[in-house]
Design a protein around this ligand. Structure first.
Ligand SMILES: [Zn+2]
Length: 191
């Protein structure tokens, strides 16, 4: 039985299906993985898992990095600073003192901020690719109509973005872990 607690002390891996459900709610941008489903009052993503709401960034940390030690918090790195982000590379495990220090140094992480990144749905992305399938210029025009930057359009067309969200292939945990942490063995497995 797969189990991942709110506190993160007792966990096994969620199933591939559950991981896929998690990724259905994530929009992967060049930097942050933005949570597109429910957001708490404090700005954190909420993922419903086995009947209870888990902060999405904590779920992501446990999924990709490993268990959360008792009494520790999962914090967003300064270069991210976006509470709705669930990119495991933007998260670290720290203490409450770390949290207070971060806040004093940098201020509160953004609540509901988009950091200048427009939201594109998966169907938007497919539309962009369709538009540019047969022509190699005109990023600026497309960018304007979608309200994003030409660079972002370029990244979408060249497949640098949204490649993490395969639409047809089954999403596997080991594949994702390998992609995120190519130099590391998967952590947080069954003991
Ligand atoms: Zn981030």
């Amino acid at each position: 039985m797969s189990r991942l607690t709110r506190r993160g002390i007792n966990m096994d891996r969620p199933t591939t299906k559950e991981v896929a459900r998690f990724f259905d709610k994530v929009q992967i941008t060049k930097h942050c993985w933005l949570w597109e489903a429910q957001i708490s009052d404090k700005g954190y993503g909420q993922f419903k898992f086995h009947g209870s709401g888990i902060p999405a960034h904590r779920f992501s940390y446990q999924l990709f990095v490993g268990p959360i030690e008792p009494g520790k918090m999962i914090l967003h790195r300064r270069e991210c600073g976006n509470r709705s982000c669930v990119n495991p590379n933007h998260l670290y495990m720290g203490t409450n003192a770390d949290n207070v220090r971060d806040r004093e140094l940098w201020g509160n992480p953004g609540i509901g901020e988009k950091h200048g990144r427009a939201k594109l749905s998966e169907s938007n992305v497919l539309a962009v690719r369709r538009i540019h399938k047969d022509k190699r210029c005109g990023y600026a025009e497309t960018a304007e109509s979608f309200g994003v930057t030409p660079a972002l359009i370029g990244s979408i067309v060249r497949g640098r973005l949204w490649r993490h969200l395969p639409l047809e292939d089954p999403l596997t945990f080991s594949g994702l872990t390998k992609m995120l942490f190519p130099d590391r063995k998967p952590a947080g497995g069954k003991q």
